[in-house]
Design a protein around this ligand. Structure first.
Ligand SMILES: NC(=O)c1ccc[n+]([C@@H]2O[C@H](COP(=O)([O-])OP(=O)(O)OC[C@H]3O[C@@H](n4cnc5c(N)ncnc54)[C@H](O)[C@@H]3O)[C@@H](O)[C@H]2O)c1
Length: 465
């Protein structure tokens, strides 16, 4: 066995030596492992970070394209918030976001534009939170600068585009002791929050396997991204470049870095057919790195499994999959919402009827609805009516903003910390590495540097705690 391991290491050593990305890599037991940089002196963990409560949160928004203005609008519905500054490359986009404030009877915000306007925004003294809604490659540089300027950061998904950027975010948050929350909204959707609550109350038994995905045909959107940044990024990057919507809810169910951790992954992709076709038309490209469909399997320290999929190119119905397999139950969101439990929990006679396969099906609609009501998450109970009124993907975006503001108001740890941001964002580079090495296993770094089992279970901080 030892001989085989040695041979494997030798094999991978030769293989990796032949590629340009060998710096900072090694192979351990057949798994490609990226080096973990040492924590710098004076840098401290931000696990469970609590900061001074802020009465009125002064927020500045950077990026006012398709998504940014909706965030500005949602913030006008939150109490204890002041929209202090707005920034975009284009001054006219700032002007139209000012109109949102005007329509809501609020004063104009300070306006910034141009390539470097965002830096001036970050440097303002009268700002507590910088909210970043720009193209992906701007996320980490902006988040880092904002933290260095002493601001808390909320940054759209994915927060970082490479492993190196993930570490930069972690290190800067640890150095500055500022919050850096990635704006993963799908963890706040109604079905996901209810299912998380059911899981935390033990209804599904031990969770063995979770699935998540981002399957969303972007055909009608590609040309509207400013400067075609998204297609251009995918043209040059293989792997699951947008994993966080599927992975976020999975990680909360599995208590990732709160008792378990993602250990390694393997990934595979299909040829790029539709992606390449679109890039030929829009960018005059001759090649396209991102496969039309990318699949990833992740193993956790406790032996559980996560399955992720990414497909933004082919005509499939929208799906984030969201599926949970537990020893005592099952939950599924796409394409149909449902729960399943042991047959005896549903069979009245106690004698199994082998002709009746309905006992192996979802619970009846009325039971599902009853469960959804009974196990409605306390956060949903508190926010649902307003969230549905204000909207944002049906309300989940408002709940996300509400929770960030709630935690900042009360000086509580945020629902998503910088380690979540790094863990959920690193999937892009790790899956690309796996795919480029014949689906070899690639280790997921422990961004907490050894603290992944210090917190017992995922929970939302509440004032009563
Ligand atoms: N969580 C979700 O459900 C969700 C949904 C949509 C988009 N997003 C994320 O939101 C972000 C923005 O996406 P979008 O669809 O609005 O893209 P977009 O291209 O429509 O908007 C990006 C905006 O950023 C501006 N910008 C670019 N460089 C800038 C700079 N240096 N300074 C200031 N502004 C700059 C652009 O001018 C543009 O207005 C992306 O990260 C995307 O992944 C998340």
């Amino acid at each position: 066995m030892k001989k085989l391991t040695l041979l494997m290491s030798l094999f991978w050593g030769i293989l990796l030596a032949g590629c340009s990305e060998t710096k900072g890599l090694r192979v351990e037991d057949g798994v490609i492992v990226f080096d973990t940089p040492a924590r710098a002196a004076g840098q401290q963990s931000v696990l469970g970070l609590r900061c001074e409560p802020i009465d009125t949160i002064r927020v500045g928004f950077i990026g006012l394209g398709m998504r940014g203005p909706d965030a500005v609008k949602r913030y006008t519905y939150l109490d204890g918030v002041e929209i202090t500054a707005l920034c975009d490359l284009y001054p006219e986009r700032v002007d139209s976001a000012q109109q949102i404030l005007r329509r809501r009877g609020l004063p104009e915000a300070a306006a910034y534009s141009g390539e470097e306007g965002w830096k001036q925004l970050c440097e303002r003294e009268d700002l507590d939170l910088v909210y970043i809604v720009t193209p992906w490659v701007c996320h980490t540089p902006m988040a880092i600068y904002a933290m260095q300027c002493g601001k808390h950061v909320a940054v759209e998904v994915p927060a970082a585009m490479s492993l190196d950027e993930c570490w930069q975010l972690v290190d800067t948050a640890e150095k500055t002791q500022r919050h850096c929350m990635m704006l993963e909204n799908c963890v706040y959707d109604f079905f996901e929050l209810t299912t998380l609550n059911m899981a935390q109350q033990g209804l599904f038994g031990d969770i063995l396997h979770v699935e998540g995905s981002y399957i969303h045909n972007l055909d009608e959107f590609w040309d509207y991204y400013q400067g075609n940044w998204r297609l251009e990024f995918n043209r040059t990057h293989r792997g699951d470049v947008y994993a966080t919507h599927g992975l976020g809810p999975a990680c909360q169910l599995l208590n990732i870095h709160r008792g378990d951790r993602m250990k390694y992954l393997v990934a595979m992709d299909t040829p790029s057919v539709n992606g390449l076709k679109k890039a030929k038309e829009s960018l005059g490209a001759e090649s396209f790195a991102n496969g039309d469909h990318t699949l990833t399997l992740i193993k956790t320290e406790q032996g559980r499994a996560i399955h992720l999929q990414h497909n933004v190119y082919t005509p499939r119905p929208y799906s984030r999959m969201y599926q949970l397999t537990g020893t005592d139950g099952f939950a599924n969101k796409y394409p149909v919402q449902g729960f399943a439990f042991h047959p005896e929990q549903l069979c009245e006679s106690g004698v199994p009827d082998h002709q009746n396969l309905s006992s192996h099906s979802f619970v009846p609609k009325e039971v599902r609805e009853q469960l959804m009501e009974q196990y409605k998450h306390p956060i949903t109970r508190e926010t649902e009516a307003k969230a549905r009124e204000v909207g944002g993907h049906g309300g989940m975006d408002f709940i996300m903003d509400y929770r960030l503001v709630y935690c900042l108001h009360h000086g509580l740890p945020l629902d998503q910390d910088v380690y979540d941001a790094a863990e959920w964002s690193c999937i892009g580079e790790l899956t690309a590495t796996s795919i480029e090495h014949n689906s070899a296993p690639v280790a997921v770094p422990d961004f907490t540097r050894g603290d992944w089992n210090k917190i017992e279970g995922y929970r939302h901080a509440m004032l009563v705690d």
